[in-house]
Design a protein around this ligand. Structure first.
Ligand SMILES: C[S@@+](CC[C@H](N)C(=O)[O-])C[C@H]1O[C@@H](n2cnc3c(N)ncnc32)[C@H](O)[C@@H]1O
Length: 355
């Protein structure tokens, strides 16, 4: 019991530390921008003081849920502490060094600043942009090396806790296949990026076959480096387009997709959901995690509005007003559930047995 409370205290302290570090970084970098590049300051909506209280409560509910589900054994408690801390510490100075070019791109509204050597024919047009004003978009090792840290800072240290909310619905969905050998089950993480969700899935399901797909070879390389440093089974990483998944029909028992939908034009969003349906076996489970939306979290509208004003997120406004449940439904799924956790909405859905 004492041991347990000590672990919980350590987890709470870690989360508080990450949250403070994220806030301090954002406060300092904003001050620096005001001094060095005032013309880059984006016009943001003021956040009313009561909203800060709501944000804190929502964040604390997420932390409690994260702890509670670890206690229930959905994933090991050690996962709550896992991160490539040394790598992140080494890369943190580069996050600062990258800021001036980010400010410049924002000021010049230069959102197509992509490395010259990239062959545009290999990518959909919507993809060749500097999402978040990020240097090189998703298309360089430099960008892949900074991405995880930038996301943790953006969400004040809660990004991994939000991604982890996919694990409980995935576990419930895979339970349908409990009579099979776990090694025969296949789970695909669509738009896996640097593989944070894949690693979480691996921790919760040590024996299943895991696959990750993404358009960015650089992000997959980063995912592969992180995986090489872990114990346990590997994951297969493939470069490919989520609109045309290179897998046969009915070949997966689970599909996850985290933080992709808000970066897609509406039509592509639907194509991706249709592809998820196609590759799932009847009875298989889809779990999506992405930004909250206006309809489920109207109280956080100003936060959502500021997100796309500060970061280059060309499809975000469309996304937050989109009806994702209808899209999942029109792809052919049934049994759709949805819940919000701080800044993330998580949907789960099943491919009908008779399809
Ligand atoms: C915001 S990141 C999310 C990455 C990861 N899932 C996470 O939780 O951090 C979006 C990812 O989607 C990938 N992506 C965008 N469009 C894609 C597509 N059509 N097919 C595959 N990956 C895509 C990008 O390369 C990038 O890695």
């Amino acid at each position: 019991m004492a041991q347990q409370s000590l672990t919980q205290l350590a987890y709470q302290t870690l989360q508080q530390g990450k949250s403070l570090a994220g806030l301090a970084h954002k406060g300092l970098s904003t001050k620096l921008m005001e001094i060095l590049a005032p013309e880059s300051i984006p016009p943001t909506k003021p956040i009313p003081p009561r909203l800060f209280g709501e944000l804190r409560r929502s964040m604390s509910a997420l932390e409690q849920r994260d702890w509670h589900e670890a206690e229930q054994g959905i994933y090991p408690k050690t996962q709550l502490f896992e991160a490539p801390w040394i790598e992140w510490a080494k890369r943190y100075p580069f996050v600062w060094l990258d800021l001036p070019s980010t400010w410049k791109r924002r000021e010049q509204k230069n959102v197509r600043d992509i490395p010259n050597q990239i062959n545009a024919e290999n990518y959909p047009n919507y993809y060749l942009q500097n999402f978040h004003h990020q240097t090189d978009g998703y298309l360089s090792d430099h960008s892949a090396g900074l991405y995880d840290l930038q996301v943790e800072i953006l969400f004040n240290g809660t990004a991994d806790s939000m991604r982890r909310r996919t694990l409980a619905p995935l576990k419930r969905g895979l339970n349908k296949f409990k009579d099979r050998n776990p090694g025969s089950l296949r789970v695909l993480d669509v738009a896996t990026g640097t593989g944070r969700t894949l690693q979480q899935i691996r921790g919760a399901f040590p024996d299943i076959e895991l696959l990750g797909i993404d358009l960015s070879a650089a992000y997959l390389k980063q995912a592969s480096k992180y995986f090489n440093n872990q114990n346990g089974e590997f994951a297969q990483l493939l470069r490919g387009n989520a609109e045309q998944l290179p897998f046969t029909n009915n070949s997966m028992q689970g599909v996850t997709c985290v933080f992709l939908l808000h970066e897609l034009p509406g039509k592509v969003r639907q194509n991706v959901l249709n592809e998820c349906w196609r590759v799932l076996e009847p009875g298989g489970i889809l779990v999506l995690a992405d930004s909250i939306q206006i309809s489920d979290s109207p109280q956080f509208e100003a936060v959502m509005e500021n997100f796309h004003r500060v970061f280059h997120e060309p499809y975000y406004r469309d996304y937050i007003n989109d009806d994702i449940t209808s899209r999942i439904n029109s792809a052919g799924f049934i049994g759709i559930t949805a819940e919000s956790h701080f800044m993330t909405r998580v949907w789960s859905a099943n491919k009908p047995l008779e399809s």
